[in-house]
Design a protein around this ligand. Structure first.
Ligand code: SAM
Ligand code: SF4
Ligand code: SF4
Length: 349
């Protein structure tokens, strides 16, 4: 489908963002993402040979950019467990049309020298995930004993390297860390980093998601507003995932990502590339589309256009709007949340 903006899907949404998962591995076992009971020593992570090489990822990025993608986010698993990420960063930086290159990380491996080398390679923005300010809660979340200070050090390293402001993501899961909403807000209000709260989502099938464990965006806003008054702020651009709120005292802003209570599929312009080379047109998809045959076929002159054509075809057939449909009324059958879905650690957040 084509409109004045170029390629669009069946719901008239352009393709603007590509999230690139560089690995399915992670040094954390966050209970809402890679619970230890599933991701244990018997779990079969991808063998190295099955991962796309950086060169192959670059070819997908080039094809995506030729179709209108402007933003690339590196993610995983934990992107920093993959070696020489700087090589990929500098390659993507040189792709015509890519204007925004960012990374989401747990920051536990973000040393000052790593942050500086990523910055030098051309990474523009860093988002760090942190779910509590106290060690007891945070260790319960990451489940591998990493203390809060290690992540704060990573945030400091990112700031010192010039990634300012660093955005911080906090997933809120009822019964796990909702008591950390205010301590997190207080801390990042003081440091002026942009804190974004994410409703616990039913990504994949491993995290035992239940609506009862979702603290919704209005509850989150009310908790903060009671101590640090906030007001809604205008979106920076159409399709911005986080709803922005400003502190009335001028102390910066927060964001709330309400995928469950207030879905935003209508503006969703994101595709995801798994570490194995499959494209997913929705975070909650059951199947991806394997680009490897096109990528690994002989490198003749038609290869690039073949890849671009496949991507364009895929996007033009897309009609995903899972978050708007996940809840069915009683009597309408099994809620969508029980259908098989790809894991977050496989396709990235
Ligand atoms: N390992 C990196 C990190 O944690 O920042 C990047 C990958 S992680 C899958 C990307 C983001 O997804 C993180 O901010 C994480 O908190 C979020 N996430 C993972 N599982 C989630 C879930 N079930 N609901 C909401 N957000 C989730
Ligand atoms: Fe790892 Fe990120 Fe998932 Fe936590 S959220 S287990 S850090 S991939
Ligand atoms: Fe996009 Fe799918 Fe999320 Fe809707 S549910 S916003 S289509 S990724």
């Amino acid at each position: 489908m084509q409109n004045a903006d170029g390629l669009t899907d069946r719901l008239d949404r352009p393709l603007r963002d590509l999230r690139v998962s560089v690995t399915d591995r992670c040094n954390f076992r966050c209970v809402y993402c890679m619970p230890k009971e599933v991701f244990d020593k018997n779990y079969r992570f991808l063998p190295k040979a099955e991962l796309l090489s950086y060169e192959e990822i670059l070819r997908v990025v080039q094809a995506a950019a030729s179709l209108g993608v402007q933003k690339i986010r590196l993610t995983g698993g934990e992107p920093l467990v993959r070696r020489d990420l700087e090589v990929l960063v500098s390659g993507i930086r040189n792709v015509t049309g890519i204007t925004d290159l960012s990374m989401t990380t747990n920051a536990s491996l973000l040393t000052p020298s790593r942050a500086a080398s990523l910055r030098d390679a051309g990474l523009q923005r860093v988002t760090v995930s942190l779910d509590a300010m106290d060690d007891e809660t945070f260790k319960r979340v990451n489940d591998v004993g990493v203390p809060v200070q290690r992540v704060l050090d990573g945030i400091d390293a990112a700031s010192a390297a010039g990634f300012e402001p660093v955005k911080v993501n906090m997933v809120v899961k009822k019964g796990l860390n909702e008591h950390s909403i205010l301590p997190m807000a207080r801390f990042f209000h003081r440091t002026r980093q942009i804190l974004r709260f994410i409703e616990f989502m039913d990504v994949g099938n491993s995290n035992a998601w239940d609506l009862a464990h979702v603290t919704n965006s209005s509850e989150i806003a009310a908790v903060i507003n009671a101590e640090l008054p906030i007001q809604p702020a205008r979106a920076n651009y159409r399709g911005e995932v986080a709803k922005r709120w400003e502190y009335l005292d001028g102390g910066g802003e927060i964001g709330i990502i309400s995928s469950v209570s207030d879905p935003f599929c209508g503006d969703c312009s994101r595709a995801r590339l798994s570490a194995t080379g499959s494209i997913y047109t929705c975070l909650f998809a059951t199947h991806g589309y394997d680009l490897r045959p096109a990528l690994r076929s002989s490198l003749d002159s038609s290869e690039h256009s073949n890849l671009t054509e496949q991507l364009a075809r895929l996007w033009s057939r897309r009609a995903d709007r899972y978050s708007e449909t996940r809840r069915v009324s009683p009597g309408e059958g099994q809620p969508l949340t029980f259908r098989p879905k790809v894991e977050m650690s496989f396709i990235g957040g």
